[in-house]
Ligand binder design. Structure first.
Ligand SMILES: Cc1cc2nc3c(=O)[nH]c(=O)nc-3n(C[C@H](O)[C@H](O)[C@H](O)COP(=O)(O)OP(=O)(O)OC[C@H]3O[C@@H](n4cnc5c(N)ncnc54)[C@H](O)[C@@H]3O)c2cc1C
Length: 474
């Protein structure tokens, strides 16, 4: 590729003349919002209510041309720049103070090429948008577990969900991406075109440019799959988790079972006496034949005394939304995360003890299970290096009252610190908060140096800095 154009330093920013602003606005198909405009507050609100930032300008892009104009405008006027896909990132990097926010949430088209089994996805699409279109053709690709999450941010950080043990991470199914770079060029990245960029996009976050189209490999899936939940009391949780660990040795790629520790929601199949009590929940999923799956998953109901369960064949699209009611936007959220290679006794015991003193009713610990196809991809194939870490623990602090901020944040940090010694040190960048800059090198792991080289080529002036940033200055 050719040299990247130089642009003004952000600390040399001059104020933008109303004439320049008018010209910029007139050239857009989407809307330009400023703080005085209707819709401004809605556009700057994201999933995590802890984030309350006020961009000077929000561009609600309607297409690639708007994105190119906005990148050029931000660069030429030395504006701080933030990119919003689905607005779910816990660090709140979708919104900046002052500066310009490029809001992609109106670009949600998903086009399925049935013959080639490929999905072309715009950068504002949510997982629900993607699943809705792909499942109409009986197809899917691995995505996350909350349907309102954006495809863009999820993919750029790696992406994992129920189908990952069978088909790998979301990035393992990315075939190509169209990208607007810092100097306003439009290029395609794939294994054959700009392969260095393609490598970096797959796990390096939004560091290198704005993706305007994702191209994914699809897989034929059953429209109805075996899925469900099995609940145990907290006093049985240590034993149940140890049995779970042994059970995982017996399952194949079709099967995924994740463990959640939290207070029981008021689900109709749970006795009322269990509602609000600390519990261990196993979330079960089987991508193969449901009758076969029932046999494989039967042991999960024999880890102790089951308090309640619902395991059934249901539309996959509904299972993809099953956790949405617990993950609605508008609450205050603070996360910490560890990767683990194995579930050691010490982690199990510490997690169960911590669950007995969760700082709020909505907080939870979530052990996501990877392995299977995820672990068979060579570690240097993509920028997500931690292929051998079979568990990603999300310590999800969630509450409503701002007075509880410090109590909940401190509690999550304490648990994180006390379990660090059992973790691998690698991390899933999509679960990192904004105050974890000092963790970035270890979070990216051995991929960091190569990411730095790619950053220097595609964004040497760090226009795209609102992310888990690879600073080109090293
Ligand atoms: C409730 C909840 C459940 C989740 N569950 C899962 C899960 O099961 N599996 C999983 O893997 N992850 C999961 N995540 C994490 C999720 O992958 C990240 O939060 C991800 O960043 C969300 O993407 P987004 O587009 O919604 O976010 P945004 O906040 O809009 O974007 C995040 C960042 O990505 C970059 N970005 C966004 N769009 C673009 C683009 N088009 N081009 C370049 N950069 C861009 C920007 O830097 C932006 O700041 C979950 C998150 C939440 C809140």
């Amino acid at each position: 590729m050719g040299p990247v154009k130089k642009f003004r330093k952000r600390d040399q920013a001059s104020s933008i003349s109303s004439e320049d602003l008018k010209i910029f606005e007139a050239g857009l198909r989407g809307k330009l919002l400023q703080p005085r405009n209707d819709g401004y507050d809605e556009a700057r609100s994201i999933w995590n209510a802890m984030i309350d930032r006020r961009p000077a300008y929000i561009v609600q892009c309607k297409g690639v041309a708007d994105i190119i104009s906005s990148v050029n405008f931000a660069r030429d006027n030395a504006l701080h720049l933030a990119i919003r896909g689905g607005g779910h990132n816990i660090a709140g990097s979708a919104v900046c103070d002052d500066g310009l926010m490029i809001d992609l949430s109106q670009m949600r088209s998903v086009r399925i090429d049935q013959e080639k089994r490929i999905a072309h996805v715009e950068p504002g699409a949510t997982l629900a948008d993607f699943d809705h279109e792909a499942l109409a053709f009986g197809m899917a690709t691995p995505l996350g577990i909350n349907s309102t999450t954006g495809v863009a941010g999820l993919t750029l950080g790696g992406g994992f969900g129920w189908l990952s043990r069978k088909y790998g991470m979301t990035i393992d199914n990315l075939l190509a991406a169209d990208v607007v770079t810092a100097d306003g060029r439009f290029i395609t990245a794939s294994k054959n075109k700009n392969p260095d960029l393609f490598w970096g996009l797959r796990g390096g976050g939004g560091n290198f440019g704005i993706v305007t189209r994702f191209e994914f490999q699809l897989h034929q899936v059953r429209k109805e799959q075996l899925c469900g939940l099995v609940f145990y009391g907290i006093d049985d949780a240590v034993e149940a988790l140890k049995k779970y660990r042994a059970f995982l040795e017996t399952i194949g790629d079709d099967t995924a079972v994740w463990g959640v520790l939290r207070q029981a929601p008021p689900l109709p199949f749970l006795p009322q006496s269990v509602h609000g009590k600390e519990v261990l929940v196993f979330a079960l999923f089987h991508a193969g034949d449901p009758e076969e799956g029932k046999k494989i998953l039967e042991p999960v109901k024999n880890f102790g005394k089951v308090l309640g369960e619902q395991v059934d064949v249901m539309p996959y699209v509904l299972w993809q939304r099953a956790f949405d009611p617990l993950l609605t936007p508008g609450a205050r959220n603070y996360w910490k995360t560890h990767n683990f290679a194995n579930l050691e006794d010490e982690i199990i015991e510490a997690a169960v003890e911590f669950t007995k003193r969760l700082p709020s009713a909505q907080s939870e610990l979530f052990f996501g299970l990877l392995g299977g196809a995820v672990g068979r991809v060579p570690q240097d194939e993509t920028a997500y290096f931690h292929r051998k870490d079979n568990f990603i623990l999300n310590m999800h602090g969630r509450w409503d009252d701002p007075h509880d901020d410090s109590k909940c944040i401190e509690s999550m940090r304490d648990f994180f610190d006390s379990t660090s010694k059992y973790a691998t040190g690698g991390a899933y960048i999509n679960f990192l908060t904004q105050d974890e800059k000092d963790r970035l090198r270890t979070a990216y792991g051995p991929a960091y140096n190569r990411l730095l080289e790619v950053k220097k080529i595609y964004d040497p002036e760090n226009l795209f800095s609102m992310n888990h940033n690879i600073d080109p200055k090293g």
